[in-house]
Design a protein around this ligand. Structure first.
Ligand SMILES: [Zn+2]
Length: 349
């Protein structure tokens, strides 16, 4: 699927990416096909397609992005990805406040934890976190996304020699198990099987490396699961994206007004006590309207969104890890961090 597309596009990819990527079907080594030419602009780039040395499958490199989709990819996964691509191509610029937001989500991980590390990102969207991690001196970051948004992410990160964007499936990630750190922010809850997505993410971390994630919580989101979710499933996830963009302006304006009137952050950055989503909405207080609009659109556009209970998420870290920690982030979501220790699993079993 998707392998016969666009052989004629301008194609370029950094040679260093070959140190990390493998065939999505058999995990075989990939090499540049014989039509490849050491190219181009600055010595970093090259053109060509990729061939698996194991099963001989061929993969295009399109607009700078290796297309490493597995043969067995389910069509509804592509559907979810294409819905989000609508968001990332529309609200495509990178904003200053993304950095604070990212380090809030992944805390206690901080910028220094990415420096000189080989990092894997499961689900990069428009590349906002890829750019942050690359700019903090990661040795390399390989970022995966299933949809067309990979091209947006590539455009945002092509100036970083340490950033590599790949199109592929997080449930079948076409990368080696060599990473010091893997993270996934805001993505696992959109997979058909979030637990499998986490296991898959962690499987690409080397022994002793770390894995981090942030997902929607069930706790603190009862309002969404009760009133918004049915609407999303029945109507909004089926609307054409341009129509949904328009339809989400009104609820976004209402939300923006509520935030401006009731959620002015206190000196310590926290929100007013006794209001729902207090700290979360207070953090949005200074955001421009179009960011609130993008957030509302994001909630309504996807066909798949799980709001996960603590007792659903905690078992993800039960075996094969040490120093595992799960924390509630602002009362409506879960952040997890753990060190991969596969021998521990072997002893426990
Ligand atoms: Zn293969």
């Amino acid at each position: 699927m998707g392998l016969d597309v666009s052989w004629n596009f301008t194609i370029e990819m950094r040679r260093e990416a070959l140190n990390f990527i493998v065939c999505p079907n058999c995990a075989g080594e990939l090499s540049l096909s014989s039509d490849a030419s050491a190219a181009a602009e600055d010595g970093h780039m090259m053109t060509g397609s990729l061939v698996c040395r194991g099963c001989a499958a061929q993969f295009a490199i399109r607009s700078g992005v290796p297309i490493l989709l597995p043969a067995n990819l389910a069509s509804f996964q592509l559907q979810t990805a294409s819905r989000f691509a609508e968001e990332w191509t529309r609200w495509s610029d990178l904003r200053d406040y993304y950095e604070q937001e990212f380090f809030d989500w992944v805390a206690p991980l901080a910028a220094r934890d990415f420096t000189h590390r080989v990092v894997f990102e499961g689900g990069c969207g428009k590349g906002r976190h890829t750019a942050i991690v690359a700019s903090h001196g990661a040795s390399a970051i390989v970022s995966l996304d299933l949809g067309e948004s990979a091209f947006v992410a590539f455009a945002h990160t092509r100036q970083f020699p340490n950033a590599h964007v790949v199109m592929g499936d997080l449930l079948n990630p076409p990368v080696r198990a060599v990473f010091d750190l893997a993270f996934s922010v805001g993505v696992l809850h959109h997979l058909p099987d979030p637990a499998a997505g986490f296991a898959s993410l962690a499987s690409r971390v080397r022994e002793g490396g770390r894995v981090a994630f942030w997902v929607y919580g069930h706790e603190g989101n009862e309002w969404i699961t009760r009133y918004v979710d049915p609407l999303r499933k029945a109507i909004t996830s089926r609307l054409p994206a341009p129509l949904l963009r328009i339809a989400s302006i009104l609820p976004a304006a209402a939300l923006w007004a509520v935030i401006k009137i009731f959620y002015r952050p206190r000196a310590d950055g926290k929100g007013p006590a006794r209001l729902p989503y207090s700290d979360y909405f207070a953090a949005l207080y200074h955001y421009p309207f179009d960011e609130i609009h993008a957030n509302v659109f994001d909630q309504l556009v996807t066909p798949v969104a799980y709001y996960l209970r603590e007792d659903e998420v905690r078992p993800w870290l039960a075996s094969g890890f040490q120093d595992a920690a799960l924390r509630s982030h602002r009362g409506y979501s879960w952040t997890g961090l753990a060190t991969v220790c596969r021998t521990k699993a072997a002893v426990a079993e």
